[in-house]
Design a protein around this ligand. Structure first.
Ligand code: SF4
Ligand code: SF4
Length: 400
């Protein structure tokens, strides 16, 4: 057997598109069903306070984070088992002082690197240093199309202006740019402007993601839930933009679960195509998995990553279809959507082993649909901002 870890088979993708090239390679990971791309949440520290943040409500403190050497060992281990891509995320990954060193190490071991950032801590020099270290791609999150809405949602003054500036540096340095926009009742009216903003920023891709309601977003659901009319309008705007911007801007669109009839194939199925690594080194089947109480997640400090992926109780509990209750067990879609999202099932029914209530066949689907309609029609606009103190209620603009 060859001693190389990835098999450089002939590649037909555009060589300028590093990710497409990598995806065409065969990797040893595929033999063991290990994901080709992994999300590394380097820290939960973040200067922003988004009310829908996908981090757990119980944030991990800085002192618990993996050290530089531990992260380097993790990156080497990922490359050795055949992972091809690493997404550096958080919290805010640039809050780690060793980010350039980690990107350099990832490059040295052959990983394709993507930085998922709020961008407010970036300087042009820092971004240039990351590019020199081999950073391949930058993804910047935006909270709105202009500073009034965007800074309010982010809970940070001047955040929007800094993001616009960082997006410009990204393109000046020749790095591909993805704009990420998380949408909800209080910013959906800006969607058309956000699409135009992504074009003006010369982004390659725009991710329009409706809020997923667990963790911080569940706490903030009454202030975030869109109306069904907004969702219809969103779909129309995205469809039109996709047609008009073909070849200029690729748009990914994630529909909101509460108004769906069938659940999404969350994470490609629990423990099938994805894992992420928490700041303290826990390997998780999805970024929200720790919202499910009663599951113990193993750490890279105690086991190898491949062992955790293959053997840990948390990954095996909801893998495949054997765990499914009715109506999933006898459903023709069970190997298409794998019963939907475990975190959402837990959040809405108290049992992660239930059918995702986003499914119209779930006994509680109608109830969540009605809850969504009622909350969307309500007048609760104040956010509970995400922070280490467990959240802070936004000041009442009317001073009540
Ligand atoms: S969603 Fe907002 S608060 Fe959460 S990590 Fe991202 S930028 Fe920070
Ligand atoms: S019953 Fe289960 S498998 Fe069938 S569509 Fe609903 S969630 Fe999917």
């Amino acid at each position: 057997m060859s001693s190389t870890l990835t098999d450089a088979s002939p590649v037909h993708a555009d060589p300028a598109d590093g990710l497409a090239v990598l995806e065409q390679r065969k990797s040893r990971a595929e033999m063991f069903g290990i994901p080709l791309a992994v999300l590394a949440e380097l820290t939960h520290r973040c200067p922003l306070q988004c009310p829908y943040c996908s981090n757990p409500v119980e944030l991990e403190r800085g002192g618990a984070e993996l050290t530089t050497d531990e992260w380097k060992r993790v990156l080497s281990e990922l490359a050795a088992i055949g992972v091809l891509q690493i997404h550096f995320s958080g919290g805010e990954p640039t809050a780690r002082k060793d980010l350039v060193e980690l990107v350099q190490h990832a490059t040295d071991v052959g990983l394709y690197t993507n930085l998922i950032t709020s961008a407010v801590l970036l300087t042009k020099d820092k971004l240039a240093a990351l590019a020199d270290a081999g950073l391949c791609h930058v993804q910047i999150s935006f909270q709105g199309s202009e500073q009034g809405v965007a800074d309010r949602v982010a809970g940070l003054k001047d955040a929007h202006a800094k993001k616009i500036e960082a997006a410009g540096w990204t393109r000046e340095l020749g790095l591909p740019l993805t704009v990420n926009a998380v949408m909800h009742r209080q910013n959906l009216f800006q969607l058309a402007d956000i699409i135009q903003m992504a074009v003006d920023l010369d982004a390659d891709r725009l991710e329009v993601a409706n809020v997923q309601y667990y963790g911080w977003a569940l706490k903030n659901r009454p202030a975030l839930m869109p109306t069904i009319e907004q969702i219809d309008e969103t779909s129309r705007i995205v469809e039109e933009a996709e047609a008009q911007l073909k070849g200029i801007l690729a748009i990914d669109y994630v529909v909101p679960d509460y108004y769906a009839l069938r659940p999404k194939k969350c994470m490609g199925g629990w423990g099938r195509q994805f894992f992420n690594i928490s700041p303290s080194g826990k390997i998780l089947p999805c970024h929200a998995a720790e919202t499910i109480t009663g599951l113990a997640f193993e750490s890279v400090r105690d086991h190898s990553i491949a062992w955790i992926w293959q053997n840990s109780e948390a990954f095996n509990r909801y893998r495949g279809t054997g765990w499914m209750p009715e109506p999933c067990r006898s459903c023709e879609y069970k190997e298409i959507d794998y019963g939907g999202c475990r975190c959402q099932a837990f959040a809405l029914t108290g049992n992660a082993g239930n059918t995702d209530p986003a499914c119209a066949l779930s006994p509680v689907h109608e109830q969540i649909f009605k809850t969504a309609m009622a909350e969307a029609a309500g007048d609760n606009r104040r956010f509970i901002y995400r922070n280490f103190a467990g959240g802070t209620l936004e000041a009442d603009p009317h001073g009540a």
